[in-house]
Write a protein that binds this ligand. Structure first.
Ligand code: NZQ
Ligand code: ZN
Length: 395
């Protein structure tokens, strides 16, 4: 087991009455004038936004609203938020939404405290030294941004989607009411679970030894997500299953399943290029590349893939044929993706074939013009990335 530091400072208020805590929590973390940040309208339609604003105002807090965050959140909205916070003297940002809204809030929160261009942080030109304090009311379990240290922003100028990690961007609190996820469309529910599982798998596919406790936690998260997704696709108002998924989303990305492991993250990096180029839903994009990544790398550690096949996918272990067992696990994962409406290749994701020029562009960006490798399970060169994208381009 590798040495590690575990840091998960976010206060979690979980359950049916958790929203009632919002004003108390904002005040606890020294908020007075609150930017309430939200997305394209789901929180308006459900009445959640109105409820949150009323609770804040009843609690004596002043509010400023900024909606319109889109999935794969844009830098232009971040600039708008920074200008608004400065003009209004905002001292706290509350996100009402999912990963896109929370990520946009994180970028605004450090942008307000910085005299230069906020994109500097995402391209590695500077490191943020201060953030406005933030909290969130989560409406979709998926990205795990409510407890993670990172945010991912798309710069429309060049279709660049880049993540930035900083412990200062952790939310002071996360309010999670599983009932608020009843309105999620099946596609978003399934893409969310795919992302949750992938956050676990990125940490699970590792060469580190002696991490049986972390492995067991990871496998429990994976099996629970796999079971609960079918329940909620059948009955979107099943509280028990919605609650497991919501908590699973946080455990998958607050690093609990990564204690003592190295982590791979190549699938995520390969996917970010798909989101950037095609505005794809992040979770669906992960499903479209993971099978090709897995078949390309499994020989690096067949035993790890056998363990995944048996403990997570329920494949019977054929001790005479470890490679066969490993491959059956990958095939079982593909069947699972299809059964929840996710793609298993790029044409299924984007609805058409991808061109060679588009693959070349993704490789160029993912490898920073051939200067950056990706992944740890197998360190991927630009040529490896090209092979994986080409395999994922086949129907
Ligand atoms: O915009 P609205 O109208 O709210 O609709 C959203 C959006 O269309 C909808 N939605 C959310 N809650 C809903 C709802 N619809 C009905 N009922 C509800 N309760 O769902 C759609 C997707 O929302 P989004 O916030 O984009 O989803 P998600 O949480 O999956 O976030 C995706 C973004 O997070 C990034 C992804 O790359 C992507 O940009 N990630 C962030 C990470 C992080 N910060 O740690 C890690 C992840 O790996 C990921 O990269
Ligand atoms: Zn993800």
């Amino acid at each position: 087991m590798k040495d590690f530091t575990y840091y998960a400072p976010t206060e979690v208020a979980f359950g049916k009455s958790s929203e009632e805590e919002v004003a108390r929590l904002v005040k606890k973390y020294d908020g007075h004038k609150v930017l309430v940040h939200y997305g394209g309208g789901s929180a308006v339609r459900s009445g959640l936004l109105d409820k949150i604003c009323s609770l804040l105002e009843e609690g004596g807090l002043r509010t400023v609203l900024l909606g319109g965050v889109v999935p794969n959140p844009r830098l232009s909205k971040v600039h708008e938020g920074i200008a608004l916070c400065r003009k209004e003297g905002v001292d706290f940002i509350l996100s009402v939404g999912g990963g896109s809204v929370i990520d946009s809030a994180k970028a605004i929160a450090c942008g307000v405290c910085y005299e230069g261009e906020v994109w500097d942080f995402y391209i590695g030109k500077a490191d943020a030294q201060a953030y406005l304090p933030m909290g969130c009311v989560l409406t979709i379990p998926a990205a795990g941004s409510e407890m993670s240290d990172s945010s991912v922003i798309t710069n429309e100028d060049g279709d660049l989607k880049i993540g930035y990690s900083n412990n200062l961007s952790r939310q002071k609190f996360a309010i999670m009411n599983p009932e608020r996820t009843y309105t999620l469309p099946p596609y978003q529910t399934a893409a969310g679970v795919t992302d949750i599982m992938m956050h676990t798998m990125e940490r699970y596919f590792s060469h580190d030894d002696d991490m049986s406790l972390t492995d067991a936690v990871a496998e429990a998260v994976l099996r629970t997500m796999k079971d609960c997704i079918f329940t909620v696709l059948k009955d979107p108002r099943d509280y028990r299953a919605r609650a497991q998924i919501m908590w699973g989303g946080s455990l998958a990305h607050n690093d609990l399943t990564g204690c003592g492991t190295t982590g791979d993250w190549a699938t995520h990096q390969l996917e970010h290029e798909l989101s950037a180029l095609f505005d794809a839903t992040h979770g669906a994009g992960l499903a479209a590349v993971w099978p090709s990544w897995a078949r390309y790398v499994y020989r690096e550690n067949v035993g790890r893939f056998v363990r995944f096949a048996v403990n997570v996918m329920g494949v019977t272990n054929d001790y005479t044929d470890p490679e066969g067992t490993a491959l059956k696990g990958i095939e079982a994962m593909e069947r699972f993706y299809h059964s929840i409406g996710m793609p298993v290749n790029i044409p299924e994701l984007i609805g058409r074939d991808i061109t060679d020029a588009e693959i070349d562009e993704m490789v160029r960006k993912c490898s920073l013009d051939g200067t950056r490798a990706q992944g740890q399970f197998k360190v991927l060169t630009a040529r490896d990335m090209q092979c994986i994208y080409r395999n994922a381009a086949r129907r």
